[in-house]
Design a protein. Structure first.
Length: 175
Protein backbone atom coordinates (compact mmCIF):
# COMPACT_ATOMS: atom_id res chain seq x y z
CA UNK A 1 0.00 0.00 0.00
CA UNK A 2 1.25 3.45 -0.92
CA UNK A 3 -0.09 6.71 0.45
CA UNK A 4 0.38 10.42 0.80
CA UNK A 5 2.48 11.59 3.74
CA UNK A 6 -0.66 11.98 5.87
CA UNK A 7 -3.88 9.98 5.64
CA UNK A 8 -5.57 11.47 8.71
CA UNK A 9 -8.58 12.83 6.77
CA UNK A 10 -9.01 9.60 4.80
CA UNK A 11 -8.76 7.47 7.96
CA UNK A 12 -11.55 9.47 9.62
CA UNK A 13 -13.69 9.21 6.48
CA UNK A 14 -13.14 5.45 6.24
CA UNK A 15 -14.26 5.03 9.86
CA UNK A 16 -17.46 6.89 8.98
CA UNK A 17 -17.99 4.82 5.82
CA UNK A 18 -17.59 1.56 7.72
CA UNK A 19 -20.22 2.68 10.24
CA UNK A 20 -22.64 4.13 7.68
CA UNK A 21 -22.44 1.66 4.82
CA UNK A 22 -25.64 -0.25 4.20
CA UNK A 23 -24.80 -3.77 3.11
CA UNK A 24 -26.26 -4.39 -0.35
CA UNK A 25 -28.63 -7.25 -1.05
CA UNK A 26 -27.53 -10.12 -3.19
CA UNK A 27 -29.02 -9.36 -6.60
CA UNK A 28 -27.44 -11.94 -8.93
CA UNK A 29 -27.06 -15.72 -9.12
CA UNK A 30 -23.94 -17.80 -9.71
CA UNK A 31 -25.19 -20.97 -11.40
CA UNK A 32 -21.80 -22.70 -11.05
CA UNK A 33 -21.84 -22.61 -7.23
CA UNK A 34 -25.64 -22.26 -6.99
CA UNK A 35 -25.29 -19.14 -4.86
CA UNK A 36 -26.39 -15.51 -4.83
CA UNK A 37 -24.01 -12.55 -4.83
CA UNK A 38 -23.91 -8.76 -5.09
CA UNK A 39 -22.99 -7.34 -8.49
CA UNK A 40 -20.25 -4.75 -8.97
CA UNK A 41 -22.99 -2.16 -9.46
CA UNK A 42 -24.50 -3.09 -6.09
CA UNK A 43 -21.13 -2.74 -4.35
CA UNK A 44 -20.40 0.62 -6.03
CA UNK A 45 -23.88 1.93 -5.19
CA UNK A 46 -23.51 1.00 -1.49
CA UNK A 47 -20.08 2.67 -1.30
CA UNK A 48 -21.14 5.82 -3.16
CA UNK A 49 -24.11 6.32 -0.80
CA UNK A 50 -21.85 6.07 2.29
CA UNK A 51 -18.81 7.97 0.99
CA UNK A 52 -18.65 11.52 2.44
CA UNK A 53 -18.40 14.58 0.19
CA UNK A 54 -14.85 15.35 -0.83
CA UNK A 55 -13.83 11.71 -1.16
CA UNK A 56 -13.62 9.55 -4.24
CA UNK A 57 -11.93 6.46 -5.57
CA UNK A 58 -10.77 5.17 -8.89
CA UNK A 59 -9.58 1.80 -10.08
CA UNK A 60 -6.70 1.19 -12.48
CA UNK A 61 -6.84 -1.98 -14.54
CA UNK A 62 -3.80 -3.68 -16.07
CA UNK A 63 -3.38 -7.00 -17.79
CA UNK A 64 -0.33 -9.10 -18.43
CA UNK A 65 -0.42 -12.53 -19.98
CA UNK A 66 -3.47 -14.35 -18.66
CA UNK A 67 -3.91 -12.13 -15.60
CA UNK A 68 -5.89 -8.99 -14.83
CA UNK A 69 -4.85 -6.69 -11.98
CA UNK A 70 -6.98 -3.98 -10.38
CA UNK A 71 -5.48 -1.33 -8.11
CA UNK A 72 -7.85 0.92 -6.15
CA UNK A 73 -6.91 4.49 -5.23
CA UNK A 74 -8.84 6.35 -2.53
CA UNK A 75 -8.57 10.17 -2.71
CA UNK A 76 -9.60 13.18 -0.63
CA UNK A 77 -10.02 16.77 -1.81
CA UNK A 78 -7.47 17.59 0.92
CA UNK A 79 -4.85 15.99 -1.34
CA UNK A 80 -4.48 12.82 0.72
CA UNK A 81 -4.57 9.49 -1.08
CA UNK A 82 -4.07 5.77 -0.56
CA UNK A 83 -3.20 3.36 -3.36
CA UNK A 84 -3.99 -0.21 -2.39
CA UNK A 85 -2.02 -3.18 -3.67
CA UNK A 86 -3.48 -4.65 -6.86
CA UNK A 87 -5.77 -7.64 -6.75
CA UNK A 88 -4.66 -9.98 -9.52
CA UNK A 89 -7.00 -12.57 -11.00
CA UNK A 90 -6.22 -15.34 -13.49
CA UNK A 91 -8.07 -15.26 -16.80
CA UNK A 92 -9.43 -18.71 -17.57
CA UNK A 93 -9.86 -18.30 -21.34
CA UNK A 94 -8.11 -16.18 -23.91
CA UNK A 95 -11.08 -14.07 -24.99
CA UNK A 96 -12.59 -10.67 -24.22
CA UNK A 97 -15.44 -12.14 -22.16
CA UNK A 98 -13.04 -13.91 -19.79
CA UNK A 99 -10.87 -10.79 -19.37
CA UNK A 100 -13.97 -8.68 -18.66
CA UNK A 101 -15.22 -11.22 -16.15
CA UNK A 102 -11.88 -11.34 -14.31
CA UNK A 103 -11.73 -7.51 -14.27
CA UNK A 104 -15.25 -7.20 -12.88
CA UNK A 105 -14.53 -9.83 -10.22
CA UNK A 106 -11.28 -8.09 -9.18
CA UNK A 107 -12.93 -4.65 -9.06
CA UNK A 108 -15.84 -5.96 -6.97
CA UNK A 109 -13.68 -7.84 -4.46
CA UNK A 110 -11.11 -5.06 -4.16
CA UNK A 111 -13.80 -2.47 -3.38
CA UNK A 112 -15.59 -4.88 -1.05
CA UNK A 113 -12.42 -5.52 0.95
CA UNK A 114 -11.42 -1.85 1.20
CA UNK A 115 -14.85 -0.52 2.19
CA UNK A 116 -16.10 -3.46 4.25
CA UNK A 117 -18.87 -4.58 1.92
CA UNK A 118 -19.96 -8.15 2.58
CA UNK A 119 -21.10 -9.10 -0.86
CA UNK A 120 -21.07 -12.89 -0.73
CA UNK A 121 -21.91 -15.77 1.53
CA UNK A 122 -18.92 -16.39 3.77
CA UNK A 123 -18.31 -20.11 3.46
CA UNK A 124 -15.01 -19.84 5.33
CA UNK A 125 -13.12 -20.64 2.12
CA UNK A 126 -14.70 -24.07 1.80
CA UNK A 127 -15.40 -23.84 -1.92
CA UNK A 128 -11.90 -22.58 -2.62
CA UNK A 129 -10.22 -25.32 -0.61
CA UNK A 130 -12.59 -28.23 -1.08
CA UNK A 131 -10.65 -31.17 -2.40
CA UNK A 132 -11.92 -33.39 -5.14
CA UNK A 133 -13.90 -36.38 -3.92
CA UNK A 134 -11.78 -39.44 -3.36
CA UNK A 135 -12.16 -42.05 -6.02
CA UNK A 136 -13.19 -45.44 -4.76
CA UNK A 137 -10.81 -48.23 -5.73
CA UNK A 138 -12.21 -50.40 -8.46
CA UNK A 139 -12.05 -54.13 -8.59
CA UNK A 140 -9.85 -55.26 -11.38
CA UNK A 141 -11.57 -57.75 -13.59
CA UNK A 142 -9.96 -59.62 -16.38
CA UNK A 143 -11.85 -60.55 -19.43
CA UNK A 144 -10.75 -63.42 -21.51
CA UNK A 145 -10.50 -62.78 -25.15
CA UNK A 146 -11.04 -65.46 -27.69
CA UNK A 147 -7.92 -67.36 -28.67
CA UNK A 148 -7.98 -65.99 -32.22
CA UNK A 149 -8.24 -62.30 -31.17
CA UNK A 150 -4.99 -60.30 -31.00
CA UNK A 151 -4.41 -57.77 -28.22
CA UNK A 152 -5.09 -54.13 -29.13
CA UNK A 153 -1.67 -52.49 -29.66
CA UNK A 154 -3.15 -49.11 -28.64
CA UNK A 155 -4.90 -50.34 -25.52
CA UNK A 156 -2.37 -48.83 -23.11
CA UNK A 157 -2.39 -45.48 -24.94
CA UNK A 158 -6.20 -45.45 -24.90
CA UNK A 159 -6.22 -46.24 -21.19
CA UNK A 160 -3.70 -43.44 -20.46
CA UNK A 161 -5.73 -40.98 -22.54
CA UNK A 162 -8.94 -41.87 -20.67
CA UNK A 163 -7.19 -41.38 -17.32
CA UNK A 164 -5.77 -37.99 -18.39
CA UNK A 165 -9.17 -36.82 -19.68
CA UNK A 166 -10.82 -37.88 -16.44
CA UNK A 167 -8.19 -36.03 -14.36
CA UNK A 168 -8.56 -32.93 -16.53
CA UNK A 169 -12.34 -33.07 -16.22
CA UNK A 170 -12.08 -33.30 -12.42
CA UNK A 171 -9.57 -30.44 -12.39
CA UNK A 172 -11.87 -28.23 -14.49
CA UNK A 173 -14.82 -28.92 -12.16
CA UNK A 174 -12.76 -27.88 -9.11
CA UNK A 175 -11.40 -24.71 -10.76
Amino acid sequence: MKSSESIKTIAAAMNAVRKDIKQPEKNAKNPFFKSDYVTLEGVVDAIDKALPKGFSYTQEVASEGNQVSVSTILMSDSGEWIQFEPLTMPVTKNDAQAFGSAETYARRYSLSAIFGVTSDLDDDGNKATKSAPKEQPRKQTRTRRPANQKPDPNAKAKQNLKARLKALSTEMKVA
